[in-house]
Design a protein around this ligand. Structure first.
Ligand code: SAH
Length: 352
């Protein structure tokens, strides 16, 4: 290919919507020096558009019941061996208290698609978090009724995380039992219209996925002008149809994150727990490739191991508060500081 790494980097930085072949090229580089140039450019881009800062988000995984059957996921509906749990209102608020006490200013409420928590229950949780703690709230509950998104936004939810998983419609339908990518994107678009800060993103290393597909994932993220985008490596979950599929390549994941940083500029990008699971220094490597968000789990230790969307998930036996000093030291070893603010979207006017 008649292209250099520098040329591809510069063109992506200059363009609002990147050229697909430039991203594909960066995903394909193997030369150590080229890779070092890419990672350095992603760090500089992060520092320029997001500051030398990392934002923390505390996740509460409050239910592992799920009505969906995504073939990669360890808590899919038809996986019988999963010990299912649901946290009560009091347990959820108790976990939020530990997030607040740790000085973390965003709570991410995540679960399988579990209609047991109806519109009113989620609203009650949102209101209590806002009144008692004043934290920023991200919902990550999967696809729900449009009217519910509306009510939760009115009750104070700030952000919604709904990954598109893959921008390839055929792969999407194969992973999600015939469901359509278009429908997922309609939900994402509606959430954006309602004024949510929206997060989406892909999984790297799923069957049939090519580098061109990953480039399309990044382009999709730029087109939606996402506030947050997550690129996480696939990790097999035993007892699922992809239980024997190979885990994702860490280097490809890092190249994807770095290319995404160049394309997305001031979009928040997390160094995911999945990356930290595949590589003992995954969090650090992610931050050194331009990530600016880390999302530690504050799910109560008693149920944390049951929210195993993939095998050997990192830090599931420890209590979140006990993990914080280690996590902070890891982050600060990457020449960035931990931001004390809410970590709202960098695409919005400042919110106090
Ligand atoms: N039910 C919610 C939350 C899903 S879990 C929803 O549908 O949005 C959060 C994310 O975990 C998913 O969006 C998916 O990208 C990721 N995930 C699930 N199984 C995975 C696996 N085996 N490897 C890597 N990531 C996985």
């Amino acid at each position: 290919m008649n292209m250099t790494t520098e040329q591809a980097i510069n063109r992506i930085l200059e363009n609002q919507i990147p050229v697909k072949s430039d991203i594909e090229y960066l995903l394909s580089i193997e030369d150590k020096e080229d890779i070092a140039i890419l990672f350095e450019a992603a760090r500089v881009c992060r520092d320029q558009y997001c500051g030398k800062k990392v934002h923390l988000r505390g996740i509460v995984e409050f239910s592992n019941y799920c009505s969906q059957d995504c073939i990669y996921c360890g808590i899919r509906k038809s996986k019988d061996e999963v010990a299912r749990y649901r946290l009560s209102f009091e347990e959820i608020i108790g976990a939020v208290q530990t997030i607040y006490d740790a000085g973390v200013k965003t709570v991410v409420l995540q679960s399988g698609e579990d209609p047991y928590y109806d519109t009113g229950m989620i609203s009650k949780i949102i209101k209590e978090i806002k009144i008692s703690f004043g934290l920023a709230i991200t919902l990550s509950l999967g696809e729900r009724e449009f009217i519910e998104y509306d009510v939760w936004r009115q009750n104070g939810a700030d952000r919604y995380l709904l990954k598109h998983e893959t921008a390839n419609p055929k792969i999407y339908s194969a992973l999600h039992r015939g469901q359509q990518l278009e429908q997922r994107l309609e939900h994402l678009g509606y959430l954006q219209q309602l004024g949510y800060q929206i997060g989406s993103g892909n999984i790297i290393g799923i069957p049939e996925q090519t580098l061109a597909d990953i480039a399309d994932d990044i382009i999709l993220c730029t087109k939606y002008e996402l506030d947050m985008a997550s690129f996480s490596p696939f990790i097999p979950a035993a007892g699922t149809p992809l239980g024997d599929w190979e885990k994702a390549n860490v280097l490809l994941t890092l190249k994807t994150m770095a290319a995404a940083r160049l394309a997305l500029k001031n979009t928040h990008i997390p160094a995911t727990t999945a990356l930290a699971t595949l590589d003992a220094r995954g969090r650090e490597k992610g931050i050194l490739c331009g990530a600016n968000v880390v999302m530690p789990s504050f799910t109560p230790a008693a149920v944390k191991p049951k929210y195993e969307i993939y095998d050997n998930k990192r830090c599931i036996t420890e209590d979140a508060a006990a993990c914080m000093p280690c996590l902070k030291a890891r982050i600060e070893s990457c020449n960035v500081s931990i931001d004390e603010g809410f970590g709202h979207s960098l695409k919005l006017a400042p919110i106090c």
